[in-house]
Design a protein around this ligand. Structure first.
Ligand code: UDX
Ligand code: UDX
Ligand code: ADP
Length: 459
């Protein structure tokens, strides 16, 4: 019987191992983590991450061939294949600060593996670092279906007989449910760069459409019509062309920063600059949104209540890592607004932590993350969209949760201050219907109504 151990029970390690256990009943899978609270949660009815379909998979396998434990060393020493899926935060000081991955946690895991190993092991890295490289392509919110039927599985390894044998062992695991032609094998650098490039290309599409959204607003075009028309070109394709208040998540910015750093280290400043621009446009888009809110509301939001609907970085997840909501909320707080925030999956604690945490601090193991010593007084977190919008002057959509489409907007309008403003950063609302009710509506990349035209946002 093959034993797999995964170090790191996070957003990647947890769902990936659950699916391997589901699809390979003859393999025993242990997921280990140094965070006691996270392991306890994996062993409880309240899993530490929200992901559609995950509960069912874990319930089926847990205790059968899927185990969660804090006994890292014992499980590693018994395993044939060790996956490493620990945090690789962006460095905040020293060489490569603000760009390079901090490999402290990765190195400590690697040393521990070497210390406790008495037999040969295949080590597979899932975190993004330059062993076998098996970068993960799952997206949150669709992790289980991405894992069950991936576009491709990528395995990079050394071009030595040992390296090739290791590739084959891992390929045999995936081949139990993934068609052969979707399992790609490459050398190590190709695997690592493919992962960075895939995320950079995806993020670049979003920055491209977001850049167009600014031009659409300026000219009177509608960005959804433009992206639909552009996406009809089969060479371009329709996916990942939704304009938004900005992309978030734990991967896009971090992977582009890594790419930029690798380019600079290889003497390619022009290439580095090219990719940096994707992040600059993302920051510009978030700023532009804040400016639009403030300028529309008579150039001041001081002491006004603003409702924030959605805080997660996308729908169907409770994850807030690098969510654009953090920068938008901080921007509005900087202009002294009072915020009432509702997200169906994000807790009060998490939001307070996010709004007080320093840039890049989020990517440390849970128990090493700073617990926010202060809370932001002008922020309240509520568990209901109607509560959040009551007596508010403005309403911002920052995540595209489906439930926002079916809210009773007449009721919301009646309970808001007038004029009642809606700022849709995710194209979730029906602009015409809301204008009919009486709202002044701004929706990213859509033609502006007369009010907003008279109050041009300065970016
Ligand atoms: C991403 C990659 O998709 C995945 O393959 C990789 O393994 C990890 O990084 P994830 O960050 O979970 O996955 O979510 P994704 O669906 O890619 O969305 C990232 C951000 O882009 C979100 O904030 C989302 O709202 C935003 N986005 C996405 C847009 O603004 N517009 C789009 O058209 C698509
Ligand atoms: C382009 C558009 O494709 C077409 O839709 C538009 O109407 C006019 O502009 P065209 O300039 O005729 O058409 O050729 P195209 O096939 O797009 O190639 C343009 C250039 O890009 C060529 O020099 C081609 O060699 C180059 N190219 C194309 C690459 O270097 N790599 C590629 O993967 C594709
Ligand atoms: P990802 O999205 O890549 O899965 P997460 O931050 O959700 O990232 O998960 C990484 C996990 O790795 C965290 O739960 C953290 O506690 C764990 N971790 C970090 N370093 C170690 C280590 N040396 N040994 C065991 N677990 C670790």
């Amino acid at each position: 019987m093959v034993k797999i151990c995964c170090i790191g029970a996070g957003y990647v390690g947890g769902p990936t191992m659950a699916v391997i256990a589901l699809k390979c009943p003859s393999i025993e899978v242990a997921v280990v983590d140094i965070s006691v609270s996270r392991i306890n949660a994996w062993n409880s009815d309240q899993l530490p991450i929200y992901e559609p379909g995950l509960d069912g998979v874990v319930k089926e396998c847990r205790g059968r061939n899927l185990f969660f434990s804090t006994d890292v060393e014992k499980n590693v020493s018994e395993a044939d294949i060790v996956f490493v899926s620990v945090n690789t935060p962006t460095k905040t000081q020293g060489l490569g600060a603000g760009k390079a991955a901090d490999l402290t946690y990765w190195e400590s895991a690697a040393r521990m593996i070497a210390d406790v190993s008495k037999s040969n092991k295949i080590v597979v890295e899932k975190s993004t670092v330059p062993i076998l490289s098996n970068p993960e392509f799952l997206a949150e919110g669709t992790a289980i279906s991405d894992l069950l039927s991936p576009d491709r599985v990528l395995i990079g390894g050394r071009e030595t007989p040992e390296g090739q044998a290791a590739i084959k062992s891992l390929k045999d695991v995936y081949a139990q449910w993934v068609p052969e032609d979707r399992i790609l094998t490459t050398n190590l650098w190709s695997a690592e760069l493919s992962k960075l490039a895939a995320n950079a290309f995806l993020a670049q599409r979003i920055s491209s459409v977001n850049a167009m959204s600014a031009l659409c607003e300026a000219t009177g075009a509608d960005v959804t019509q433009v992206s639909f028309a552009v996406g009809k070109d089969t060479r371009i394709g329709p996916k990942f062309l939704n304009a938004s208040v900005g992309f978030g998540g734990s991967c896009f910015q971090k992977d582009i920063l890594n790419l930029v750093y690798i380019c600079e280290c290889n003497g390619l400043p022009e290439v580095a600059e090219y990719w940096k621009q994707v992040i600059k446009i993302n920051d510009y888009q978030k700023n532009r949104f804040v400016n639009r809110v403030v300028s529309s509301m008579f150039n001041t939001v001081s002491n006004k209540k603003i409702a924030i609907l959605g805080f997660a970085f996308k729908k169907d997840t409770g994850d807030t890592r690098e969510t654009p909501a953090i920068d938008v909320c901080k921007g509005l707080l900087g202009d002294k607004a009072r915020l009432s925030i509702y997200d169906p999956q994000v807790t009060d604690d998490q939001i307070q932590r996010d709004l007080t945490m320093k840039k890049f601090d989020w990517d440390h193991p849970l128990h090493l993350q700073p617990t926010s010593p202060t809370t932001v007084k002008q922020v309240t977190v509520v568990w209901d969209a109607y509560e959040a919008t009551k007596d508010a002057h403005g309403l911002c959509f920052l995540t595209e949760w489906d439930e926002f489409k079916t809210l009773d907007y007449k009721r919301i309008y009646d309970n808001m201050q007038k004029p009642a403003f809606v700022f849709d950063g995710r194209n979730v609302v029906n602009v015409d219907k809301l204008r009919e009710i009486g709202f002044i509506v701004y929706s990213i990349g859509k033609p502006l109504d007369a009010w907003l035209k008279d109050m041009p946002a300065v970016a």
